[in-house]
Write a protein that binds this ligand. Structure first.
Ligand code: OGA
Ligand code: ZN
Ligand code: ZN
Length: 386
């Protein structure tokens, strides 16, 4: 039994396939797995990832070794599969590394393993007007398994509703903190969505609000938005949602040139009051490293005058108008009135939200809202899944 640490992590890795054979080449070790997959690992990569407690501090599980601390051409003296089924490498400089086969398989970077991992990544499930809205009961969310189901729906669908929430002002804080830290903004930790005489945003009037994301004026838009209904006695004020990713994908198919313009030409969003002046210049559609739609930024009521080259201005307007026209198409829109004790929780960087105008003469309408960053959601999911 070999006791040197073989994994330096807060979780364990299932044994998907055992190590069957090891072959040493000039700059790498080639593993053959019991299921016949072949995974090369470069020496420099293996030395860098040594999990021993001289390389990784056992308390934080963070690396203290830096790759440049070992010789660039460091070679193994001996490489073998030990009696625990771990890969054991005795290095030329006297260092010893052991690698757990589950961890190695989870980090293998041969083409097949990388393709498999990419395919296993959570995918956004695009939706249209016929979405089966994921609905959760507040009381059930004390249970971690139910909490995880809710958070997975927020991550993958980007729109959820929770029912049975207390209607005391401030209750939202407790539920958002079930996920993690609330992101405070100039509108407060919790913001009150009510028609106000001294409104510092169109949100705080009784006007209709067209489909938008919140705080497009910030370099990082809040990842999650909560809107909690305390009172909804006024006529009108229905909530409307569209999946911004579904619209962007449809635009990409239907009018690729307009899609590209929204990915490339930046637009300024701004929000000012007596004490603040926020501005952000960014394209309406952001793509990730793989070219997939990763973010939508849009609030017509917060947009500055468009500025681009004279040659491009007509194209930018065509693209901008087309995107907004698509947000108005019934095929994308889900409309539902929120009742007291219900809340929306949605991905603010994906799902656009709107409300119809309401008539304050017919009754009170009071929602409270807050934001949580997407990092907090993803971290909570990974911890619940450990
Ligand atoms: C907002 C907003 C929606 C509503 O405050 O940003 O979109 O239903 N409110 O009042
Ligand atoms: Zn080590
Ligand atoms: Zn809003």
């Amino acid at each position: 039994m070999n006791t040197a640490v073989a994994v330096a992590d807060f979780r364990t890795y299932p044994l998907i396939s055992a190590l069957r054979g090891v072959q040493g080449l000039a700059d790498r070790v080639v593993i053959e797995w019991a299921d016949s997959r072949v995974s090369p690992f470069h020496h420099v990569w293996l030395r860098d990832n040594c999990p021993c407690d001289r390389c990784v501090y056992s308390v934080t599980r963070e690396q203290v070794f830096e790759s440049v601390d070992a010789a660039e051409d460091l070679q193994p003296l001996a490489t073998r599969i030990d009696t625990d089924g771990c890969l054991r490498i005795d290095w030329q400089d006297g260092h010893l590394s052991r690698f757990d086969p589950g961890w190695l398989r989870a980090h293998a970077y041969d083409d097949e393993s990388r393709a498999e991992r990419l395919a296993g990544k959570p995918q956004s499930r695009l939706w249209h007007s016929d979405l089966q809205l994921p609905v959760f009961e507040y009381a059930a969310l004390n249970d971690n398994a139910a909490l995880l189901q809710w958070l997975l729906a927020v991550r993958d669908v980007g729109l959820t509703q929770v029912r049975g929430v207390p209607t005391e002002p401030g209750s939202l804080k407790l539920i958002a903190q079930r996920i993690s830290f609330i992101r405070e903004s100039n509108f407060g930790v919790l913001f009150n969505v009510q028609s106000k005489a001294d409104a510092d945003s169109n949100a705080y009037t009784a006007f209709n609000l067209p489909l938008h994301t919140d705080l497009p004026t910030r370099e990082l838009q809040p990842g999650l938005q909560f809107l909690h209904c305390l009172v909804n006695d006024a006529e009108g004020g229905e909530s409307i949602f569209v999946d911004g990713f579904a619209i962007a994908d449809a635009l990409r198919l239907e009018e690729p040139q307009l899609f590209q313009a929204l990915c490339e030409i930046p637009v300024e969003f701004r929000n000012k009051d007596r004490h603040s002046d926020y501005r952000c210049l960014a394209p309406i559609i952001a793509l990730d490293a793989l070219g997939r739609v990763a973010e939508i930024r849009m609030a017509n009521f917060l947009r500055g005058a468009l500025e681009t080259s004279v040659a491009q201005m007509p194209l930018l307007y065509r693209a901008y108008r087309r995107f907004i026209a698509m947000t108005r198409e019934p095929r994308f829109r889900l409309i539902q009135r929120l009742n007291p004790g219900e809340l929306w929780c949605f991905d603010n960087r994906r799902t656009l939200h709107a409300r119809n105008a309401f008539d304050p003469a017919t009754g009170v309408r009071h929602f409270q809202g807050c934001y949580v960053d997407r990092d907090e959601l993803l971290s909570r999911i990974l911890v619940l899944q450990r």
